[in-house]
Design a protein around this ligand. Structure first.
Ligand code: NAI
Length: 463
């Protein structure tokens, strides 16, 4: 029965996707579709650069984005109240996500492959939220209403059409991404098989998915607890694919997903996992030594990557892990790390006590080890960074300064932080000693911080 049911829904989703794609590709409707502006006559090949300029010219009229986004959701829920149930009770993170998404779109408009690749992956991931192709049309109409409402008389047809083209390009990519993933589950149920408190705020949680969960070491999964429906937070499995997954969760406050997972979750509980995301994985062909810079529970990513590296490592290649911890007592998985260290002569581990008050101690240690005649040449390594946003930002920046090519520094998406609270674990995005870095991952000089732009969104702060 379930099989037929799924097929039926897959068929419906496919038809919806085709209908939307036809709409997206047919000669453009008037932007917003309500006749308020003259229609565009012919369908033009998409010119992301021209739209980027048009949108940037008119940004002052619609920023800061939080008012625009408030109006957008207001318009959407007042016209389609049933859609509210697809969203979590608190819209705070949702709004922060969308703000990041807008910046990401604008920043990457002149890189169509990056943009469509990113939104295709997002579309695949959004299936777990019950998003259907028709919702993108609803979103577009709400956005246009919000843009007009925010900008008032300052609004231009040119700016509106650029926004609509931008958003349609991304929606089309999301629909395509969802359609391509039609053969895989929307989400995976997983039963908690072990739950170990490793300190007042940290738990190591093992789960067994009901069906095989495909992922690569270094990727993350969005996790939903039944205690907080519709609220998903990303965690990186601290393991390679197998029957069970291991998650490392630090509770960062009361009432969030991390609190539910650390404090209120027991063996036998069911969690839901979204499809694996992220590109901070080892290369297919391993031909470089590996440097991993990890802070706190960012160790989860390091653990997974090192496990895969140990299985696939060609003779002669080595790995160096720099692990930052805030206090001596903060060693929630030290036994596993020591075991790995003992068994792996190719692995070097430098533990760094770094309470975050002395500037950038962890990265200082990395760069010190790379300095001077006897230092390790990090420019030849493939580097992974995993941990608080401030660490990711400063590591990307400082490694670039040290001459490490941007495409060889990989990291999780920078956590999205809510606009009211820009701090993740006390690590404010953009204030990590990165000169001129703003909260959107761009420098004030207008230059993208290396390796930053490609991942400025996607994950939420783990609360
Ligand atoms: N649990 C998981 O699966 C994963 C978690 N993460 C992220 O890792 C972070 C871990 O948080 P906690 O364990 O609370 O770490 P934490 O806040 O205790 O920090 C750990 C270490 O990171 C470094 N650090 C912290 N803030 C910094 C800053 N502003 N600039 C430079 N270095 C800084 C320091 O060396 C510090 O000792 C979270 O933001 C989480 O989103 C990343 C990947 C996987």
């Amino acid at each position: 029965m379930t099989g037929h049911h799924d097929d039926y829904h897959a068929l419906l989703a496919r038809r919806e996707a085709m209908r939307l794609r036809d709409n997206l590709l047919r000669p453009s409707r008037s932007a917003g579709g309500d006749g308020g502006h003259p229609p565009t006559q012919t369908f033009q090949p998409y010119d992301g650069l021209a739209d980027q300029e048009a949108i940037t010219r008119s940004l002052a009229a619609v920023t800061p984005f939080n008012t625009l986004i408030d109006r957008l959701y207001e318009a959407m829920f007042s016209h389609h109240p049933y859609l509210r149930q697809l969203f979590p009770d608190s819209m705070e993170f949702q709004q922060a996500h969308l703000e990041q998404a807008f910046w990401y779109m604008i920043d990457n408009l002149s890189r169509p492959d990056e943009l469509t690749g990113f939104f295709a992956r997002l579309g695949r991931d959004h299936r777990r939220l019950g998003v259907l192709p028709v919702h993108y049309e609803v979103f577009e109409a709400a956005l246009v209403a919000a843009l007009r409402g925010c900008a008032g008389r300052a609004w231009t047809v040119e700016a509106e059409e650029a926004w609509v083209r931008m958003v349609r390009t991304c929606s089309a990519a999301m629909v395509n991404g969802a359609e391509r993933a039609i053969g895989e589950p929307v989400s995976w149920n997983a039963t908690v098989t072990e739950h170990e408190r490793r300190g007042p705020d940290v738990a190591v949680v093992r789960v067994r998915p009901g069906e095989p969960y495909p992922f690569r070491a270094g990727q993350y999964a969005r996790v939903e607890s039944p205690l907080m429906p519709h609220t998903w937070r990303p965690y990186t499995p601290a393991c390679v694919p197998g029957e069970e997954l291991e998650f490392h969760v630090r509770r960062t406050g009361a009432g969030g997903v991390s609190d539910a997972l650390v404090t209120h979750t027991r063996v036998g509980d069911e969690l839901r996992l979204g499809p694996a995301q992220g590109r901070a994985t080892l290369d297919e062909q391993l031909d470089r030594d590996v440097l991993i810079v990890a802070g706190g529970t960012g160790w989860a990513t390091a653990k997974a990557l090192l496990q895969e590296f140990s299985h696939r490592r060609p003779a002669g290649l080595s790995a160096h892990l720099f692990l930052g911890k805030r206090t001596e007592a903060d060693t929630y998985d030290e036994a596993a790390l020591s075991r790995m260290e003992e068994r792996s002569p190719w692995l070097r581990v430098t533990r760094v006590l770094d309470d975050g008050r002395q500037g950038d101690t962890l990265m200082d240690a990395v760069l010190k080890a790379g300095a001077g005649a006897g230092g390790t040449d990090w420019t030849r390594h493939t580097t992974f960074v995993s941990g608080p946003a401030g660490l990711v930002a400063s590591a990307s920046w400082r490694l670039a300064e040290a001459g490490v090519p941007a495409d060889r520094v990989r990291h999780d998406p920078l956590p999205v932080t809510s606009s009211s609270n820009s701090s993740t674990h006390g690590a404010p995005v953009g204030q990590a000693g990165v000169p001129g870095m703003t909260a959107r991952g761009m420098t004030t000089q207008g230059m993208a911080a290396p390796a930053m732009v490609r991942f400025t969104m996607g994950a939420s702060a783990q609360r």
